[in-house]
Ligand binder design. Structure first.
Ligand code: ADE
Ligand code: ZN
Length: 321
């Protein structure tokens, strides 16, 4: 059992924190008829075959998010849960395109999420940053347009990321939006090697210039890539309960986290979409420590890696360590 609670959450999608109770509450508020009988019926659908199967429900449930208040309510609920789990710094992903395609204005998304972060996080003792992710199964030119709109609106962004359906959507196509983000002084991360091959991790580093890899568990398939990730101390934000629920790994007891850690990789533990995968970052830490028999030293290293991987000042890092 861990005695130090996790301090830093670097891989969590705000839309993946939308709990069934809040889905039904927002649906009622917005007069939206849900295609589920009740919360139990909704929860019964949380048995996923793969990433695509999950993403279909994840995007469908976003229908209840219409106004800035809805996005703020979701973000506030997440912050409260994160604080209760010991989180003191969070870098939160948001998927603007998933809302724009439904006709929700960009301002509702940004004002709602960023407003709640600014208003609520300080009182909970949490520092935050917002990372806008682009959907890799939509056109790269659309990502460029959306980033330009975010920059024009002065959205308070820490960085950009790349997510959604991975296989068949290699990162290289998104070079332009990542170059634009670099020019704008934004941090850059990308999902790679979750369901997709190790080659996508290499491509995300070489073509997109990312500073962190989200997931990256398939990196182990390529020993040369592993050597490079160790040598360059590239952070990998691993989400064990997500990997089991999306069948990227058959069982938590077979999860590659321990192998990755002992091979010298800068892995840390995070939650991905906690409302869907059975646990927040503290739950992930407890579950993986028990299933893999992690030592106190292993757990301390995981916690240290998360702080080292965070996009924070040296002063804040020292407080978090
Ligand atoms: N969007 C939300 N969760 C995701 C995941 N696990 N992989 C890719 N895209 C996502
Ligand atoms: Zn993710």
């Amino acid at each position: 059992m861990i005695d130090t609670p996790p301090a830093v959450e670097l891989h969590v999608h705000v839309e993946g924190t939308l709990e069934p109770e809040l889905i039904t509450e927002l649906a009622a508020r917005n007069g939206i008829a849900l295609p589920y009988r009740d919360i139990e019926d909704l929860r019964a659908r949380y048995a996923f075959h793969d990433l695509a199967d999950f993403l279909a429900l994840y995007y469908a449930n976003m229908a209840v998010l219409r106004t800035a208040d809805d996005f703020a309510a979701m973000t506030r609920a997440y912050l409260r849960r994160a604080a209760a789990g010991g989180v003191r710094h969070v870098e939160l992903f948001v998927d603007p395109q998933a809302h724009l395609v439904r006709g929700v204005p960009l301002a509702a998304v940004v004002d709602g999420v960023a407003g709640a972060l600014a208003d609520d996080a300080p009182g909970l003792g949490i520092t935050t940053g917002l990372i806008a992710c682009f959907l890799r199964d939509r056109p790269p030119a659309e990502a460029v347009d959306v980033l330009r709109a975010l920059l024009a609106a002065d959205a308070p962004l820490l960085g950009i990321g790349l997510d959604s359906a991975e296989v068949g959507h290699p990162p290289g196509g998104f070079a332009e939006v990542f170059a634009l983000a670099a020019e704008a002084g934004l941090h850059r991360v990308a999902h790679a090697g979750e369901e997709g091959p190790a080659a996508y991790v290499t491509e995300a580093l070489d073509v997109l210039g990312v500073e962190r890899i989200d997931h990256g568990i398939r990196s182990l398939d390529d020993p040369e890539l592993v050597d490079r990730l160790v040598r360059d101390a590239v952070p990998l934000t691993v989400c064990p309960l997500s990997n089991v629920r999306l069948r990227c790994t058959p069982d938590l007891r077979d999860h590659p986290l321990a192998t990755m850690l002992h091979r010298g990789l800068r892995v840390s533990v995070h939650s991905d979409d906690p409302a869907y995968f059975g646990g927040y970052v503290d739950d992930n830490h407890r579950a993986v420590a028990a299933a893999l028999g992690l030592t106190r030293d292993d757990q301390a290293r995981l916690a240290h890696h998360a702080v080292d991987a965070a996009f924070v000042s040296a002063e804040r890092a020292a407080e978090l360590h």
